[in-house]
Design a protein around this ligand. Sequence first.
Ligand SMILES: Cc1cc2nc3c(=O)[nH]c(=O)nc-3n(C[C@H](O)[C@H](O)[C@H](O)COP(=O)(O)O)c2cc1C
Length: 330
Amino acid sequence: MSTRPSPLPPDALLLAPMVGLSHRALRELIRGFGGCDLYYTEMTSAAGYLSGAPYDRFFLDSGPEPERTVLQFYAVDTARMVEAARKAARELPAAGLDLNFGCSAPHIERSGGGVSWMKNPEAARDLVARVRDARPEGSLSVKLRIGYDDDYGRLRDFCAGLSEAGADWLVLHPRLRSEKLRRTGRWDYVRRLREDLGIPLVGNGDVRTPVDKAARVRECRTAGIMLGREAVRRPWIFALIRGLERDPGFRMTVDAAETAETFLRLVEELLPPEFHLSRARRFFYYYCDNLSFAHHIRWKIQNAPDLASIRRILAEYFEEVPGDRVVGGR
Ligand SMILES: Cc1cc2nc3c(=O)[nH]c(=O)nc-3n(C[C@H](O)[C@H](O)[C@H](O)COP(=O)(O)O)c2cc1C
């Protein structure tokens, strides 16, 4: 087990790694509302990073707060992950590294990455130990799922191995490998694992409101809570949670039109032109949930050919439904 002090702040709030969403523009937007404790980047291939994949400069951009940003990698073999960790230690400012043991996207799993590490506890443990040696500075975490079977003992033993190998904390997204996001996560696994694990555990999945967050912490006593999709829907959610923790009467009002424009501007400033449209569509897929006619405007944005059209669609929408400009709440 790691004897180094854990850099995870108490009662931490973390932004989840999400492909196409957890990029610098989203972090900047969240930071504009007050930020969160740790931001995870979207996953990057360790092999791709070693071979100089063209867009890794953007995937692995840890701005605007490198000291609060964890770089997530997925790997299909130990040697290249260890090499990537060494290279990252030399080149990339960051609070830490995370190993993705949770992704169940077919192409990742079939190639031996993501959740497939959970099939082989010895290899997973060896990977963690060797990455720890390769990059002694900064935190090392693992984000994982329950695994392949509804078997708590197996998960507990797997996680104990990672802890002994030197992981600083784990993030559990409590779904089985085959479970899609539609099914609610099995938070009883988080509660049990937190009781048995010798290192901090962060829980993740389906936390949508400050009330959800407080309930999960109360029930599971996790060291932190990680939010994914809700932080895209409401980039101010972390500020709202902290505000209500300080003062139960706290209220937030946010200008939804201005926030949308800020996001588009950040995308243009910080991401390569080839990414602009896909990243905007992905963001608005969730963000439109703030609006009364979400389905209608989401569909229009998903079919927009460029950012100028997205801007026009939004401007027309807020002109027609001015009441939707002000959002926030609880
Ligand atoms: C579009 C999308 C992309 C994701 N990409 C990643 C990823 O790169 N790495 C990872 O560990 N999990 C990834 N996930 C899973 C999330 O990190 C998180 O575990 C999941 O969305 C549940 O949390 P939530 O209910 O707060 O969204 C992704 C999820 C979504 C919706």
